[in-house]
Design a protein around this ligand. Structure first.
Ligand code: COA
Length: 338
């Protein structure tokens, strides 16, 4: 037995205290993306529900969008940046290998040297971050944790790739997780189906791209590719089970649920999940994808923020969050709307 080591003591419970979002200024209708992929407005709407998406301009960087979403979340939580103990950024489109986006964001926000790191769980990243944050608040690792989901997928999507060009988009969402007198974040149900590792991925690894660039063979920058039908089947069938398990573990029945905020991957996947879970018609369902597209790690907090702003989700409501994507990785939890 070594010398006993002190451990930290955290809060009894954790909750989401505030939600913020940043939506890119440039709204791009289907009409502007169809030519390069030989598609139509009607096909895109029917297959995905998407009518428009936000594409970031040069100044709308990963850091800028994150800082804006975070300031809104902090304001709404009534928390100053100096109270933030940790900044977790979920993203796959911060295109600098190191350092993390989180350190830069923590600095720009004016935190007091908050711990800061990025996590890579693709579209599921935000819900992974919320799970980590809740555990950190309860364990005493941090008083308040800022969790950001942010993407500039337009930087890593080929405008001529038929399977992805109309789906992926840009934006940021953020939440403040902090101490609470009552439980506000239920147990996470998370995991990975790594046998489908190649279903959504960057087509060419950076080292191969660098070699091709050096030898003058690089035709286009590496971009995302996706086996659309396989991902659709996996998400529609497997994710409803994960969502149901998150409800069960939180002790919530579908009848007690007020709000369902699935990853905004595709409206048809959302419909399939809601049907499989037999969600009552009283449950409000996020449909942010219609005008924001699929913003990967940013989609759940952006959709939640929209529902709160529109009055579809009210303070005290019980919401089910679920996110899933490349890896294939997934995470779900029940939360109380702040
Ligand atoms: N525009 C118009 N037609 C297209 C098209 C496009 N962008 N992409 C494919 N098609 C056509 C194909 O040529 C094919 O035509 P055919 O029947 O005449 O041969 C037909 O549509 C079906 O092709 P398929 O590749 O099987 O498409 P799909 O029905 O699977 O729909 C997606 C494509 C991407 C909409 C669908 O697979 C999907 O939504 N997948 C899930 C994607 C997702 O949500 N990912 C996010 C997870 S994070």
């Amino acid at each position: 037995m070594g010398t006993p080591i002190n451990t930290a003591a955290g809060a009894a419970h954790a909750a989401i205290l505030g939600v913020g979002a940043y939506r890119p200024r440039t709204v791009v209708p289907n009409a502007d993306v169809i030519e390069a992929i030989d598609s139509s407005d009607e096909w895109i709407q029917q297959r995905s529900g998407i009518k428009t998406r936000g594409f970031a301009q040069d100044d709308e960087t990963v850091v800028m969008m994150s800082v804006n979403a975070s300031r809104q979340a902090l304001d709404r939580a009534g928390i100053g940046p100096e109270q933030v103990g940790t900044v977790i950024v979920a993203t796959v489109s911060h295109l600098l290998q190191t350092p993390s986006a989180a350190t830069m964001i923590a600095h720009e926000l004016g935190t007091n040297k908050a711990a800061a790191f990025d996590i890579s769980a693709a579209c599921a990243g935000f819900c992974h971050g919320v799970a980590l944050a809740a555990d950190m608040v309860r364990s005493g690792s941090s008083g308040h944790v800022l969790v950001i989901g942010v993407e500039r997928l337009s930087d890593i999507t080929s405008p001529s790739d038929r399977g992805t060009a109309f789906i992926f988009a840009d934006g940021a969402g953020a939440v403040v997780v902090g101490p609470s007198e009552v439980p506000g974040i239920g147990p996470v149900v998370w995991g990975s189906d790594g046998e489908h590792y190649d279903h959504i991925r960057q087509d060419v690894p950076w080292d191969d791209a660098l070699e091709q660039a050096t030898s003058g063979e690089l035709a286009e920058a590496p971009h995302l590719v996706m086996q659309g039908s396989a991902v659709f089947r996996w998400a529609a069938f497997e994710m409803a089970k994960v969502a149901q398990e998150a409800l069960d573990r939180a002790g919530i029945t579908p009848e007690q649920l007020d709000v369902f905020v699935p990853h905004q991957a595709n409206n048809r996947i959302t419909d399939a999940m809601a049907r499989a879970m037999k969600l009552p018609e009283t449950v409000q369902i996020a449909r942010d994808i219609i005008d924001q597209g699929n913003t990967s790690a940013a989609s759940v907090p952006m959709a939640l923020e929209r529902m709160i702003s529109d009055g579809q989700a009210r303070s005290g409501d019980t919401a089910l969050l679920i996110a899933f994507g490349a890896g294939l990785a997934y995470a779900a939890q029940v939360v109380t709307v702040p």
